[in-house]
Design a protein around this ligand. Structure first.
Ligand SMILES: *[C@@H]1O[C@H](CO)[C@@H](O)[C@H](O)[C@H]1NC(C)=O
Ligand SMILES: *[C@@H]1O[C@H](CO)[C@@H](O)[C@H](O)[C@H]1NC(C)=O
Ligand SMILES: *[C@@H]1O[C@H](CO)[C@@H](O)[C@H](O)[C@H]1NC(C)=O
Ligand SMILES: *[C@@H]1O[C@H](CO)[C@@H](O)[C@H](O)[C@H]1NC(C)=O
Ligand SMILES: *[C@@H]1O[C@H](CO)[C@@H](O)[C@H](O)[C@H]1NC(C)=O
Ligand SMILES: *[C@@H]1O[C@H](CO)[C@@H](O)[C@H](O)[C@H]1NC(C)=O
Ligand SMILES: *[C@@H]1O[C@H](CO)[C@@H](O)[C@H](O)[C@H]1NC(C)=O
Length: 831
């Protein structure tokens, strides 16, 4: 009898001892100096103790050597304490972490005076301070970066790791950078059709991540499963916001000292905002994300030991006012998440992305998506942070603003020559080459042109280089005899005949309403003058002085095409078919060059007979390209009134419907012109002869009936006409004016079809009734389109005769992304 009772007593007292030992009484202290000292959970799975990363000490709850909670871990300091620090459970009930040497408070639970009488670390890993009846404070209610099974994570709690945070707001799980940039969002509202008043998130020990609709209700949905769901027996799973900004479920078998990732919120680590720091570029090396700088020439790593700290410019933008340039990064993007500015739609593509950023003082980097949307993301210096991602799979090109470095002069550097010697060599070289080339030139060409002195302004070297010359306003005023001889008025200003000092005849155009800066004007000039093609008008020079902006073009003896096509009367020589066909083909070739062959793709935006000029041999030269941008600089971003000058009748329907403008819009305008070349009549003309129908509509009907002769210009009746060419031209024009941009050929196709290289299919009716545009339309835009279709298809609304003139078309930009800047630099790959 006696033995069992002593046994029972011993058993009871030992049990009591264990139970007692799990309670921590006020006045207890843990010291960083003694890393083996710990407050342990009854099952020995968890312990609260100091750990160290080698420099700082942390008071942490540990499972398998893995910290799952840190005192002060959610603060900026991360709870870093010194080697002589201590975690004190004070008699007043407060739990605090104090640096030993200075005695400063690192963190505290703020539970003084709330009746806390005991503390304990539960088997679940929850460390609880409680009064005699209820918990007052717990680590589960004050998590740092980890959620353990059975822990309730509610809308009140936040997980933090460095600048990253994870939170739950109604039904959304969100990951943010610096409390603002939302780079990941799991919206459960689709699977939850009830209003979530107090949702909570819980990780089940078997590996399911549940969202409970209400803390007190058992119903909820599973948001994620760990890949080892319900496997293994003695496995602890936990959800952690890692320092790399990703949220992961880990599992760790007891005693294994290792943990394995079983689920990650962001599958593509490079999509985590700021992963590589400011200006850092994330990429993959064997599936492992690595961080680099955009270039070693312009950037230095902030910390050469930690590539994730980001990069800094060798010369800051603010220290570099004049020599800014854009560094191009292929297959790269800068991550853009709300609340940063949404992408802007320019339909202009890469070059616009570069230029818009270069000339925006607040822009530090930009990305142009090559996915056909024409979207451009601009990184604004207000955020002053750019997070890059580069991968061969990314369909985008990015630009970073950097300070152009002056290439060290190797001659000077290596030889340390005196500046005077260098200057002498340079001047000597220039002079001798001038003399030599001047001599050669005089030798070959001398006597043909008479110079009024050897004015540097007109020297042949500049002409030969193809770079536009700069004239003074006075010079051009003199050349045009005070702007007396007006040749005509284009969309952007009037043309005057002028004679330069070297006796060459030019057309001087005075641009109106130039609202942009000198630099951008010159950039545009560079674009225009870098296009050299037989069928594009050549820019000889320019003048930019105070408010005067003038362009000097070569003079085209035969004026513009409209004169020949539409001016009736005896005095006017009509063009025979051979010339007409050559003009059609030349125009198509010129536009093809703009679209497909020059470095910066240019969409003309204003193709019409008035802008097709004829030289003395009736070769067509397209003019007015690259000018739309000069007239309408991209200054206003949102919701502003934008106007565009042009001739409505030649505009593609998508233009009028405020849909993306692409090179296919030029194809449309070309198709209209081509029909006019064949018929000698305006395509939009309405007359009794055409049954009160728009000429192009009537022409299609006649063509279908086989009445080709009825379409061809009557003035060609007595001449020899290649009917095969005529039919080809008519068919091509019907293909070009297809309402659906995707059905129109490219300009390159047009050339081949006209030349007879490509077989032409029978064109379908250009106008497809009751059908919107494919792809790129939103609902209300489609509504606009159908309104427009009926307008365009209208047979009774004749256009006023003055409609041939340029008109100003204004419209409001609505919607945040709908950028309606009409610009010449449009995106060519776009459909
Ligand atoms: C405590 O000491 C650590 C390590 O020396 C230091 O990083 C931290 O700033 C100190 N905290 C306070 C509040 O003094
Ligand atoms: C314990 O705290 C709760 C809530 O703060 C309070 O209602 C209760 O009276 C306290 N009990 C004791 C013994 O102080
Ligand atoms: C949840 O996310 C959706 C978008 O995914 C958003 O429309 C909604 O406003 C968000 N809800 C809250 C409460 O943030
Ligand atoms: C984080 O945001 C604050 C303002 O909310 C800002 O002052 C700070 O510079 C940001 N941090 C970084 C690294 O950009
Ligand atoms: C959610 O609440 C809104 C108003 O707060 C209410 O209109 C809606 O019907 C509610 N939805 C459900 C599913 O209860
Ligand atoms: C979490 O919430 C559930 C349901 O309300 C509750 O049973 C459980 O005790 C809570 N867990 C903790 C650690 O508070
Ligand atoms: C910018 O360029 C000018 C000359 O073009 C030069 O004198 C100046 O030093 C440059 N500035 C910087 C910061 O490189």
């Amino acid at each position: 009898m006696k033995l069992p009772s002593t046994l029972f007593l011993a058993l009871f007292s030992s049990l009591f001892f264990i139970a007692i030992s799990t309670y921590i009484l006020p006045g207890s202290t843990l010291y960083a100096s003694n890393l083996s000292q710990a407050w342990t959970s009854p099952n020995n799975n968890f312990s609260l103790r100091f750990i160290t990363d080698g420099s700082a000490y942390f008071a942490s709850i540990i499972y398998n050597g893995i910290p799952v909670w840190k005192a002060g871990g959610g603060d900026n300091s991360g709870g870093a304490a010194d080697p002589s620090s201590s975690l004190q459970f004070l008699p007043d009930g407060n739990l605090r972490l104090v640096n030993g040497t200075s005695g400063t408070l690192v963190w505290h639970s703020n539970t003084a005076g709330r009746g806390v009488s005991t503390a304990s670390l539960h088997d679940s890993g929850n460390f609880v301070l409680q009064n005699s009846t209820v918990p007052v404070w717990s680590t589960f209610d004050n998590p740092t970066d980890t959620i353990l099974p059975s822990q309730n994570f509610t809308t009140r709690e936040v997980l933090r790791s460095g600048l990253y945070s994870f939170s739950l707001s109604s039904g959304n799980l969100t990951l943010r950078w610096n409390s603002s940039i939302l780079y990941w969002n799991l919206d459960s509202s689709s699977s939850v059709n009830t209003n979530l008043t107090s949702p909570s998130l819980r990780l089940e020990s078997i590996g399911a991540l549940w969202l409970f609709f209400d803390v007190s209700l058992p119903n909820g949905v599973i948001l994620a499963n760990s890949s080892d769901y319900a496997e293994g027996s003695d496995v602890l799973r936990f959800l952690r916001l890692d320092s790399d900004g990703n949220l992961r479920i880990y599992s760790s078998a007891r005693g294994s000292e290792t943990s394995t990732v079983r689920w990650a919120a962001v599958s593509d680590q490079c999509q985590v905002y700021g992963y590589c720091g400011n200006m850092g570029i994330c990429s993959y090396n064997d599936l492992r994300p690595i961080c680099r700088c955009p270039s070693t020439e312009f950037f230095d790593p902030v910390d050469s030991k930690d590539s994730r700290k980001g990069c800094r410019r060798k010369v800051e933008i603010k220290d570099c006012q004049r020599n800014l340039t854009m560094l191009q990064l292929d297959h790269a993007k800068f991550l853009t998440y709300p609340p940063e500015l949404p992408p802007q739609l320019f339909y202009e593509g890469i070059s616009a992305s570069r230029l818009n950023c270069l000339y925006s003082s607040s822009c530090i980097a930009s990305t142009a998506l090559s996915d056909g949307t024409g979207s451009i993301y601009m990184k604004n210096s207000n955020f002053d942070f750019a997070s890059g991602y580069q991968s061969p799979a990314l369909p985008s090109t990015s630009f970073v603003k950097v300070c152009r470095r002056i290439k060290p002069n190797t001659l000077v550097g290596a030889w340390r020559l005196h500046p005077w010697i260098v200057a002498a060599i340079v001047i000597g070289t220039i002079l001798s080459s001038l003399v030599l080339e001047g001599g050669l030139w005089l030798w070959f060409c001398g006597g043909r042109l008479e110079f009024r002195g050897y004015s540097g302004q007109y020297d042949h070297l500049k002409y030969a280089s193809g770079a536009p010359l700069q004239f003074s306003y006075k010079e051009l005023k003199g050349a045009t005899k005070g702007f007396m001889d007006k040749l005509g008025a284009g969309g952007s200003g009037a043309f005057y005949r002028g004679v330069l000092a070297n006796r060459s005849v030019v057309a001087v155009k005075e641009l109106e309403a130039i609202k942009q800066g000198e630099t951008q004007f010159r950039m545009e000039l560079a674009t225009i003058s870098s296009t050299h093609h037989l069928n594009l008008i050549r820019l000889i020079g320019f003048c930019s002085e105070r408010s005067h902006r003038l362009l000097v073009y070569e003079f085209m003896k035969n004026g513009s095409l409209d004169d020949f096509l539409f001016t009736r009367g005896q005095s006017r020589k009509s063009l025979n078919w051979e010339f007409r066909f050559r003009i059609a083909l030349g125009t198509a070739r010129g536009i093809t060059y703009l679209h497909e062959e020059c470095r910066d793709c240019i969409v003309h935006c204003n193709i019409k007979p008035e802008n097709i000029l004829l030289d003395e041999n009736y070769n067509a030269e397209v003019s007015e390209f690259g000018l739309a941008k000069l007239i309408n600089p991209n200054e206003h971003r949102y919701g502003t009134l934008t106007s565009v000058r042009g001739t409505r009748e030649y505009f593609a329907p998508e233009w009028l419907a405020h849909l993306p403008i692409t090179s296919k819009s030029d194809v449309y305008s070309y198709g209209v012109v081509l029909l006019e070349i064949v018929s000698g009549r305006r395509s939009f003309e309405v007359s009794a002869e055409t049954n009160q129908k728009k000429f192009s509509v009537w022409a299609y009907e006649e063509f279908e009936k086989g009445n080709v002769k009825g379409i061809v210009d009557k003035r060609l009746a007595d001449h020899e006409v290649d009917m095969e060419q005529v039919i080809r031209a008519i068919q091509v024009s019907f293909w070009c004016i297809q309402e659906q941009p995707s059905r129109r050929p490219t300009m390159g196709n047009v050339v081949q079809m006209l030349e007879g290289i490509t077989k032409i299919e029978r064109p379908s009716a250009p106008k497809v009734e009751a059908e919107g545009f494919d792809g790129e339309t939103s609902v209300n835009v489609t509504a606009n389109v159908s309104a427009l279709s009926s307008f365009a298809a209208s047979t009774q609304a004749p256009f006023p005769s003055s409609s041939f003139e340029d008109q100003e078309i204004s419209y409001y930009v609505s919607g945040r992304n709908v950028e309606r800047e009409i610009s010449s630099l449009l995106h060519c790959e776009n459909k």
